[in-house]
Design a protein around this ligand. Structure first.
Ligand SMILES: [Zn+2]
Length: 408
């Protein structure tokens, strides 16, 4: 049997950074390398219908071995890693029995207790870190390793009863553009779980409502010596626009259920400039209000200049999945009970982002998110707790059994 750590480390060695606006799925051909490796591992476990499709989705099915009527349940994790930090040449390093102090990742690069106070919780546990020059990829290769490990245990114990289990490892989660390409015939489930969160106690079925705004500014360029009364500087328009959005609603000033407007990019010159924002709120009505503010500011500026200097294009991107669980709370309750049986108190904090699961939920497969034991995603200080990964494998393994026992 393959060890969960061995599996995880082998996945981190493949650079699977995904890229926005690649215009194709997968956004990088490297994702296929990991997909093929996972396909081999799943075939090695004798699962059924194991294959990688043209869009780099890896599918597998473990057939039911129970006579009980029971839902078909899916588990998903994503293969790609964020492009906010390098995923090339990741050097995963195990620290056993971590002492709870600052971690020297490599010479002169530290994960300090001061900057990352959460590491104190890991004292006495074993963790996997990077050399501080790349991300680790626990987001979400830890999720893949957890699902693989749980499957391996089920396959090794055919006496344990379970319904039909489907697995899907997905590309391009970080770009938000992969999941639309999932083949629902290959991943035909009543409900599913993504294993893509942080702490083991996490059970998430609430995420942001999301929109994006592309704001185009039309200036009027003229020699600065002759500019009086004539020049309209598009860069100035962009700064004026941004200056009218509430400062308190920037991501760096918000937490919990507070929404934000985030300026993602700003490019331009005197003649033209473009600002891209993402707009987020857990509350759909409040999100609409934020969108309205963008419109009010654009209208105001256009009126002030007497011409269309600001052109706004707002698009909804994803929705909070919470409302979809109103009559399906058993999907959440069975996880909560599984965690409690292992002595873990479940926590239900809303995700300050989106998940593939949220999108899947709106595609008809309710999909909450579970933890992995990873921390500090999308950066060079990313790490994963080995003990927590093992616990999560146990959670998935027990969850599958509880679903069968309850005949859900
Ligand atoms: Zn992730």
């Amino acid at each position: 049997m393959k060890d969960i750590i061995e599996r995880f480390i082998s996945y981190t060695k493949i650079n699977t950074m995904s890229y926005d606006d690649a215009g194709k799925c997968p956004s990088s051909d490297n994702e296929f390398i990991l997909a093929r490796q996972l396909e081999e591992e799943l075939k090695g476990m004798n699962l059924e219908n194991v294959h990688v499709d043209d869009n780099c989705f890896v599918y597998a099915t473990l057939p039911a071995n129970t006579d009980k009527k029971c839902s078909t349940v899916g588990f998903l994790a994503h293969m790609d890693t964020s492009n906010s930090a390098s995923g090339e040449n990741v050097k995963a390093r195990i620290i056993e029995d971590y002492d709870g102090k600052d971690i020297e990742l490599s010479e002169g690069i530290y994960t300090t207790v001061k900057d990352y106070p959460d590491i104190a919780k890991l004292k006495g546990k074993s963790i996997i870190v990077t050399d501080g020059t790349t991300l680790l990829g626990a987001d979400d290769k830890a999720g893949i390793a957890i699902i693989m490990d749980a499957l391996q245990k089920l396959v090794a114990h055919p006496e344990i009863k379970h319904g039909t289990i489907r697995v899907c490892f997905t590309p391009d989660e970080e770009t938000g553009s992969g999941i639309h390409n999932i083949n629902k015939e290959d991943f035909d489930c009543d409900f599913a779980y993504t294993v893509d969160g942080g702490e083991v106690s996490e059970v998430t079925y609430e995420n942001f409502n999301a929109a994006s705004a592309v704001v185009n500014f039309q200036g009027n360029s003229i020699h600065p010596g002759d500019a009086k009364g004539k020049m309209i500087n598009a860069l100035q328009l962009a700064m004026d626009f941004h200056g009218q959005l509430p400062v308190f609603a920037r991501p760096e000033h918000t937490e919990g259920r507070e929404g934000f407007n985030h300026l993602v990019s700003l490019q331009g010159e005197v003649e033209k400039a473009t600002a891209v924002y993402i707009i987020r709120n857990h509350d759909a009505e409040l999100l609409e209000k934020q969108k309205k503010q963008f419109e009010i500011i654009a209208d105001y500026m256009n009126k002030m200049y007497g011409r269309e200097v600001v052109k706004l294009n707002i698009r909804n991107t994803y929705r909070n999945m919470k409302e979809m669980f109103a009559d399906k709370m058993y999907i959440i309750d069975v996880v909560s009970d599984t965690l409690s049986e292992l002595g873990i108190t479940p926590s239900y904090s809303p995700i300050r982002g989106g998940t593939d699961g949220a999108q899947l939920t709106y595609m008809g497969i309710p999909t909450p998110n579970l933890g992995t034991g990873g921390m500090f995603y999308h950066g060079n200080h990313e790490l994963v707790c080995i003990d927590d990964m093992k616990t999560m494998s146990e959670v998935v393994f027990n969850l599958i059994q509880n679903i069968e026992k309850r005949g859900l």
